[in-house]
Design a protein around this ligand. Sequence first.
Ligand code: SF4
Length: 717
Amino acid sequence: MGSMHTGLELVDDGGEALAAFWRERIEGGAALIITGGLAVSPEGRGAADYAVLGEAATDARLAHAVEAVHAAGGLVSAQLFHAGRYALLDGLTAADGSPLEQVAPSAVPWRAARGAIPRELNDDEIWRTIGDFASAARVAVALGFDAVEIMASEGYLINQFCSPLTNLRDDEWGGTARRRRRFAREVLAAVRAAVGFRVSLSAVDAVPDAGPAATRSAENTAAERASGVPVTVRISGDDLMPGSSSADEVDELVRELVEGGVDAISVGVGWHESRVPTVQAAVPHGAWLGYAERIAGVVRASGAPRSPKFVTHAQGSRRVAVIASNRMTDLRDVEEVLQGGLIDAVALARPFLADPQIVARSRESTYDLINTCIGCNQACIDRSLVGARVSCLVNPRAGNESRFPLTLTVRPRRIAVVGAGPAGLAAAVDAARRAHDVTLFEARAEPSGQFGLAARIPGKEDYAATARAAIAELRDLGATLRFGTTARAADLIGGPFDAVILSTGVVPRAIEVDGADLPHVISYERALREGVPDGHVVIIGGGGIGVDIAAYLTEPSAEADRALEFARRYGLLPSTGLVGAGVAQRNPAVSANRPQPRAGELVTVLRRSGRFGDGIGISSRWVAVGRLKDAGVRMLGGVHYRRITPTAVEVFGPEGEKLSIRADTVVVCAGQESHNPLEAELEASGIPFAVVGGAKDARSVDAVRATAEGLAAARTL
Ligand code: SF4
């Protein structure tokens, strides 16, 4: 499980929230967990919700969680982190009460750092910071961590030293590419010296069938730690920043790290301020494999024997592994990557939020049960960006395992769930897992609600997989599935059920404009289900759904085509195409009725007020809107609708001017309304019930809220 920031390290519960989160992933088959960034000093924190290694309360929580990992038969590596100019330190103070300052190789500010200009580190401070990495590594080993990872990627401090964009120095730490990389070399040397040399990651070396618990003994752990722990370094395969380190410079860094005794190189990509998306749903699966493969080639050419199973420095022989990461969601793809022979390991992060059992289920080939990460970022990255605790849209228990343990209920109840959209599925799955007797009603023969619609948008095919997994699990758990059945109040009250969860979702909102009833005016739902005829299209409404519909009309349908287009658009190494092909094969239904991609100029999105793409998460909105602009889609805001004619939509423009926009089809994306027809009768009957998701509130319909409400209802009714 690759590194991701969760904020759980600071939950003041003795470390149990973190322990429960990690324990579940090890029990689900992860061999090695890499922690989220653990700051090596107070000013190295990414923000207030980052833990600092060496602080007593944090250390106690980490030690408890590490113990939980070991007890479950797994391994855990501490990621040593310094944010440099990316640190958001507003209001934070050092131990002596003085305000913490951002520090960096040079005083180059970050746009998102709210005006803070980092202070340039002087020579003494640079050596002290190197010492902080070494001290933090020692603390990590003392706390029981099995390995350490030096974070030198994604634009954090070490990456800042390497880059000419953020290192403007002309001393021994800058001025030439080699001097800029010196900080990275010195950190590795200091950490290496601090934690020893000879190591073996036995759990990762284990045969798959043995299962994690069989791979490790307490004696091994102690013996390994006495002789040193592995040191991995995470680097940027490409900073994706114009003018930053060249590919040759990155390759040179790789050679220097190999020379410096690194055990494995984990390949990340991009900086937070890069204008190339790296982890959003719009990024094709496997888009970054080419970078990891290039680096694997450099490692091989450097003469370091490649590690077939991540065994490092064994018996003095140098073996260096290369770990690929980012935008892979399915272990069948990962298996193919590993079979390709260049990559030694793959670190998935968000897929472990979505499904802690992804490894175990893949081993058992029960792929249909795997709850797939949909790349939405809404409950993970977007939350971490505002300092909120991370969870997962498709798995609201993620990060909340200690609050919602998976213990069987002592009071089994007959629970009806009405509506198989995201909220209903979250409620039904949780209730069924805990041995409630669940009946799920869904009016459509093929359930999945808004997820089923979303899966028709190019890049969102995985939305179908998450709904499919929930239904497969419900079948597995023996729930009663009544699809194609519109539940009436009489079906629910008067005896058959002890409690009801109403998750009847939303319906598209109609618009009140002359001509809205013409036959070529259709709802977004109909557009997605039936396709859109050739010709000019006007989309009324430029929120998240309107932007999605414009992508649906203009993006290539096949992911393999989109991968080529993506690489071309951003000037990237083309991906192998290996992964994209798998996605299409696994989700054939979502491509049904997809229109042929049309030129962007044929599509106009109108918006009365607000920003285009409002409602899309902070880390994804700029990508979604940007790709429409690149495609030439016309986006016109601040309009007032006059009328719709058989051939046009007539509006007043932002300056009050009359505009007539040609329209062979008009797609209405004017929001949604709650569909909640049963609440009044249930209320009158006295049966315990809860209304969740869009049925409860369609104004700010939000799938993160919807699934969290589904889970909460399943726990409280
Ligand atoms: Fe994946 Fe979305 Fe869950 Fe994040 S919130 S792990 S992106 S499904």
